[in-house]
Design a protein around this ligand. Sequence first.
Ligand SMILES: NC(=O)c1ccc[n+]([C@@H]2O[C@H](COP(=O)([O-])OP(=O)(O)OC[C@H]3O[C@@H](n4cnc5c(N)ncnc54)[C@H](OP(=O)(O)O)[C@@H]3O)[C@@H](O)[C@H]2O)c1
Length: 330
Amino acid sequence: MILVTGGTGLVGAHLLLHLTEIEEEVSAIYRNSAKIELTKKLFAANNKSSFFERIKWLEADILDIPSLEDAFAGIDFVYHCAALITFDPKDEDKLRKTNIEGTANIVNLCIDFNVKKLCYVSSIAALGDLKEQETEVTEESEWNPEVFHSDYAISKHGAEMEVWRGYQEGLNVVIVNPGVIFGSMIWKEGSGAFFTKIKNGFPFYSKGSTGYVGVNDVVKVMIQLMKSDVTGERFALVAENISFDKIIFSIAEKLKVKKPSFEAKPWMTSIAWRIDAVISFIFRKKRSISKFAANSLHSKEIISNSKIKNALNYNFQSIDNVLDEIIKNQ
Ligand SMILES: NC(=O)c1ccc[n+]([C@@H]2O[C@H](COP(=O)([O-])OP(=O)(O)OC[C@H]3O[C@@H](n4cnc5c(N)ncnc54)[C@H](OP(=O)(O)O)[C@@H]3O)[C@@H](O)[C@H]2O)c1
């Protein structure tokens, strides 16, 4: 039997959508029953409501070992998608706890319950850093603690360390490192918020770039890797590396809204995050732009997808197609 964590989130819900087509029963954990409705909506939007009944929902928190122990009974394969995603520096402790300690709990239970294989969803943020002369970030890129990383990236790197520890202790593991994931707008955070901001007339663009991937590609690759003999490996999942101006203009065009007209230059974002930090401190407001976000708007790292393409002979859906599908189904 399969267990999915994070089944009420963007990746976990799409994974359940694909897994229930090929499995009679899949277990998934939840914390808040209201959030299950999002997953149910996704099944309905894909005309797969009957498959939703194949999910056995169990209430558990990845930070609460007794509740997790109940969920692990009879489980052979675990997909660990649950995580906290935030770039607010105030969330550092919560990030470390949920992403590192939560993943350590999952790894320990996989070992205790003799789970056959674990798939962990990491991020390109945890891939590592370019050395001088290098042009592409790959699965082999080394993490350089001297380089500035967001708290989120540090927490995902720490979580990967827990997964590698599990591998050393005999657990079969595979890690995927997706870029920014585009998927159903049922989830309002993450890339969903990206669409909403552009729809509401977001005025800025920048020239930095990053890697993007459609959620269906992410979960299809996860399933294929879990069914393969691959173990002890990680794979960057990026369909394309695209500049922010190109992706923002493309979404604006597809949504038929005005394209942003102000280029946010590095000196502007560097002032913006400092002012935002002061405002947030004085008025106890949630941060709007962190130092990490300000820097990454101008970063031009290219992430290689050669390893997964060669390992599975996999072809990613183009981001243009992914965006068209999302906008058609919004
Ligand atoms: N979205 C992206 O662009 C992106 C890119 C690269 C990597 N990733 C990685 O992909 C994975 C899935 O991301 P996502 O976009 O699906 O995130 P999401 O939509 O925010 O979903 C997060 C999921 O984790 C669950 N969760 C959080 N804390 C938990 C806890 N303590 N115990 C149990 N469940 C908990 C949430 O449950 P509740 O519903 O109860 O809150 C939710 O189901 C994460 O590991 C993330 O780091 C995401």
